[in-house]
Design a protein around this ligand. Structure first.
Ligand SMILES: NC(=O)c1ccc[n+]([C@@H]2O[C@H](COP(=O)([O-])OP(=O)(O)OC[C@H]3O[C@@H](n4cnc5c(N)ncnc54)[C@H](OP(=O)(O)O)[C@@H]3O)[C@@H](O)[C@H]2O)c1
Length: 287
């Protein structure tokens, strides 16, 4: 049984889930989610942009698991960041997932008409189509601006956090603000030989655990929700077996020394990144 955490709107969310980014092939995604549910995962993290919500929905349906025992997260892409388009985008996610409601729905990126899109999320939240609403890749100033402008506070901010990019300041801000941090790419997608790093490997060996398990445990002990992705059932089982050991204070400190203080993917404040992520959506937004 995966421990849960209470979000700022009072609902419970598993502290660990299963991510399906970069599993675009629908049959492969359906198999992976089926295996993850069999392994005991109950939180699934998908997104409109991953183009696999339908496969997630099929695996959920097939599993026979009671809907109230699952926690389904999806995200709205920036090409739907206007009030009207977001309304349709929410319904389209529900339709593809084959669900009456989602547990959590996020604005995927902090660009464009964030307020218009958020208004649609608020309405869907009040209408019972979504049990909680949140954001992803928002820096502290963007989060505070949204909170002060709108009426429903985000429950969660999904951001990159891993040993190479620990985001101590951003994590502390979200946590002080009672916005749950959820780490994407907890393994930095394997970059810089993370799974064979000697420092993490030494900690892992002393607990009879793997490097991946130590990384997830370190994040959990920082009060961060994790959503590791794998298409291998042995790794799914490995990544969920992280609730039977604790890292010591000294080990937490050692993990802290690994910080490279640099995103392993992209700086969301870099104009070139904004152009890459958001620029391609402008045509659609004008349609
Ligand atoms: N909001 C956002 O902007 C955003 C961005 C990126 C990701 N996300 C979410 O966060 C989730 C996780 O991030 P991610 O998928 O980018 O990367 P990740 O979880 O850091 O890493 C996944 C990679 O690690 C491998 N792996 C997994 N467990 C392993 C283990 N125990 N030992 C060795 N290798 C292992 C996987 O390979 P195999 O699959 O071959 O096992 C895959 O190549 C995503 O799936 C998605 O739901 C959100």
């Amino acid at each position: 049984m995966i421990p849960t955490v209470k979000l700022n709107n009072g609902i419970d969310m598993p502290q660990l889930g299963f991510g399906v980014f970069q599993v675009p092939e629908l049959a492969a995604c359906e198999t992976a989610v089926t295996q993850a549910l069999d392994a005991g995962y109950r939180l699934i993290d998908t997104a409109t942009a991953y183009q696999n919500e339908a496969a997630v929905g099929r695996a959920i349906k097939k599993s026979g698991i009671k809907r109230e025992d699952l926690f389904v997260t999806s995200k709205l892409w920036v090409s739907d960041f206007t009030y009207e388009r977001a309304q349709k985008g929410i319904d389209a996610s529900l339709e593809r997932l084959g669900l009456d409601y989602m547990d959590l729905y996020l604005l995927h990126q902090p660009y464009g008409d964030v307020m218009g899109a958020w208004r649609a999320l608020e309405e869907a939240y009040h209408a019972g189509k979504i049990r909680a609403i949140g954001v992803s890749n928002f820096y502290a100033d963007q989060l505070k601006n949204l909170e002060l402008t709108m009426s429903v506070k985000p429950v969660l901010n999904q951001i990159e956090v891993n040993p190479w990019y620990q985001q101590s300041t951003e994590v502390a801000f979200n946590q002080r603000d009672d916005v749950r941090v959820e780490a994407w790419a907890p393994f930095a997608e394997g970059k810089h030989g993370i799974f064979t790093d000697p420092t993490i490997a030494a900690i892992a060996e002393s607990h009879g655990k793997t490097v991946g398990q130590v990384i997830l445990r370190w994040l959990l002990q920082r009060g961060i929700t994790v959503i590791p992705k794998s298409v291998h059932s042995t790794r799914m089982a490995e990544n969920i077996a992280v609730f039977d050991f604790d890292l010591t204070e000294a080990e937490m400190h050692t993990m802290g020394t690994l910080d490279r203080q640099e995103s392993q993917f992209f700086d969301h404040r870099d104009p070139v990144t904004i152009e890459q992520i958001f620029g391609a959506s402008l045509k659609q937004l004008k349609e």
